[in-house]
Design a protein around this ligand. Structure first.
Ligand code: 5GP
Ligand code: ZN
Length: 113
């Protein structure tokens, strides 16, 4: 999708602080970190949101979670971390390309809101 900022980041057309890449997945540090470690994990293929995951493309979400485990280990998040997906307007999604936030590097507490 040509006007998608995360597609452009995954393609290297917009610079990012890359932490992980494989054939299916790209991960980079959030530009506005909400925790000492704040990483965005995206499929290289454009999927608009978690509401657009289907039986056909679910392997891409699975690949993201495989990458999340690898990244967490590489980042030293041995004590744990949080994975967040914001979906759609009410879910607070601001970029229309499926992404999973990894938040960690401190004790986050039990409450989400
Ligand atoms: P959302 O609110 O859609 O779940 O999360 C979008 C995230 O993307 C936000 O945390 C925001 O800081 C991050 N973000 C938006 N534009 C850019 C960018 O150009 N580069 C990076 N590294 N992060 C971005
Ligand atoms: Zn995209």
């Amino acid at each position: 999708m040509t006007d998608c900022i995360f597609c452009k980041i995954a393609a290297g057309d917009i610079p990012s602080d890359k932490v992980y890449e494989d054939d299916l997945v790209y991960a980079f540090r959030d530009i506005n970190p909400q925790a000492p470690r704040h990483i965005l994990v995206i499929p290289k293929t454009h999927i608009p949101s978690a509401a657009h995951i289907t039986a056909e493309n679910a392997y891409l979400a699975g690949a993201c979670f495989g990458a999340i485990a690898t990244i967490a280990q590489a980042e030293g998040l041995d004590g744990g971390f949080r994975v967040i997906n914001n979906c759609g307007t009410d879910g607070g999604q601001t970029v229309g390309h499926l992404h999973f936030h990894i938040l960690g590097g401190k004790h986050l507490g039990e409450r989400l809101l």
